[in-house]
Design a protein. Structure first.
Length: 136
């Protein structure tokens, strides 16, 4: 039952991660040769993990996990909840301010993108001979 509660969250988190690798899939030249295999490997690994998550894991959990599990909240979770709950309440109560801050950061990122270079790696001059004559 709990697998059905998280299936969408797991699916969308994997999709977001694969979408983050999209620029690596589209690189050409030296960058594409260097980072393309890594991006494909991550994509294949995430696809395999997603398939295992929805097929093998629930079956193994139903076989090996006990029927009754007692839930215990750790000290770390209590501390995080103590910080997160008031922050979430404030954010939900100040929706306009939170949305304006998000838009402000989006505009700031758009402005800062103009200062980025267009190439990921500098031009490599592999195979070139450099002759440096010296006078004595």
């Amino acid at each position: 039952m709990s697998a059905l509660q998280v299936d969408r969250a797991v699916l969308f988190s994997v999709m977001i991660t694969v979408a983050a690798f999209t620029p690596l899939f589209t690189m050409q030249g030296v960058e594409g040769q260097i980072f393309g295999p890594m991006a494909r490997t991550y994509g294949y690994a995430l696809a395999g993990a997603l398939i295992a998550t929805f097929t093998i894991t629930p079956v193994l959990a139903s076989i090996f996990m006990p029927d009754h599990i007692q839930e215990v909240e750790t000290v770390i979770v209590r501390a995080l909840r103590k910080v997160y709950s008031p922050l979430l309440s404030w954010a939900l109560g100040s929706r306009k301010l939170v949305v304006m801050l998000g838009c402000l950061f989006l505009v700031l990122i758009g402005v800062l993108m103009n200062f980025l270079g267009s190439e990921f790696l500098p031009a490599l001059e592999e195979g070139n001979f450099w002759i440096a004559p010296r006078c004595r």
